[in-house]
Design a protein around this ligand. Structure first.
Ligand code: SAM
Length: 305
């Protein structure tokens, strides 16, 4: 059985040394088998780390518990079904898992949260995620978080120039804002969900961020509240972000960048709408496959002069 997991790619000649480092740092996913690709070896790792990518690994036969289909968010494993046997064996399979949950609803509502039932372990929906040296706390029943966007956050960070002003319009518990604060002079980080904003503030403190300003607001009203125009605007609300494009263009300086996320079924689905705001450039980039026939896409837009 194959399982999708984070991976690091290492030249074969450095393989053993890197393997030992990963073990020493508690990052090697021992339930999955490394594999070679050309001159490189790919090691499965338990979280997003520098140079990380997603890859499909074969599971060790004797560690079948971990082949149960699940999503790992920090110390919480999320199953799609109420499978108590699978939950019990998952709990025993990885020391980092403190709780196994079953989702009992889709991602829903304005706050983009899910409902859960605790199947095994500590009865909580709160956990901590380590992502590229940052630590994010989230209560999954109160706020949205997806570790699958870790690489995308790094992609955006690496596009930034030092000292940018940034607006994160749909910030959740702050993973984009806190990641981007590394290069920014100021990040305004807004969300409509009060619980998410409280966790965002805790995450700013935990990560010693002194240039992120959490704001509890409906992002549809930000241009009336904020007196600034930003170098960069992040719009990570894939189902509805396109409805806030006018606001984003009002808040972005001429020549600044807007990252607008969307769920699409075909190339260029939102291009016509974006072009109606007369940007000076747009590039579309697939973030990941979302479901059969649907992709999580980002439009990197340069605002017109
Ligand atoms: N950017 C965060 C992340 O990557 O984890 C959260 C993304 S989540 C898909 C979208 C967020 O937008 C949710 O936290 C939700 O509460 C927030 N949201 C939805 N409608 C909003 C609005 N009108 N104004 C501000 N935030 C909103």
């Amino acid at each position: 059985m194959n399982v999708e997991q984070w991976a690091v790619r290492v030249p074969k000649k450095n393989g053993e040394q890197r393997r030992q480092q990963l073990i020493a740092n508690g990052l090697l996913d021992t339930a999955l088998k490394p594999f070679t690709e050309g001159e490189d070896i790919l090691f499965p790792v338990t979280g997003g780390i520098d140079g990380g990518l997603r890859a499909s690994f074969e599971a060790h036969e004797k560690r079948l518990a971990t082949t149960v289909r699940h999503e790992l968010i920090g110390g919480i494993a999320v199953l799609q079904e109420r499978d108590y046997a699978a939950a019990g064996s998952l709990m025993g399979s990885r020391p980092g898992i403190h709780t196994v949950l079953a989702t009992t609803s889709d991602v829903q509502g304005e706050y983009r949260t899910r409902e859960f039932e605790v199947l095994a372990g500590v009865p909580t929906t709160r956990t901590q995620i380590i992502e590229y040296g940052h630590r994010f706390t989230v209560d999954l029943s109160e706020a949205y978080f997806s570790p699958r966007l870790a690489t995308e956050r790094q992609r955006v960070l690496h596009q930034m120039a030092e000292g940018e002003t940034v607006l994160d319009m749909f910030a959740g518990v702050g993973p984009f804002a806190i990641t981007m604060s590394k290069s920014a002079c100021l990040v305004i980080s807004s969300d409509i969900n009060p619980a998410a904003v409280i966790m965002m503030k805790e995450n700013c403190l935990d990560n010693r961020c002194t240039n992120v300003m959490p704001v509890l607001a409906d992002s549809g009203r930000l241009s009336k509240i904020l007196p600034w125009k930003f170098d960069r605007v992040v719009m990570n609300l894939p189902l509805l972000a396109h409805q806030f494009l006018e606001e984003a263009f009002l808040l972005c300086r001429p020549g600044g960048t807007i990252h607008c996320y969307a769920l699409v079924s075909s190339d260029g689905e939102y291009l016509e709408k974006i072009r109606s705001f007369q940007p000076s450039g747009v590039r579309e980039h697939v973030v990941r496959s979302y479901s059969p026939g649907k992709w999580h896409t980002v439009y990197d837009i340069t605002a017109g002069k």
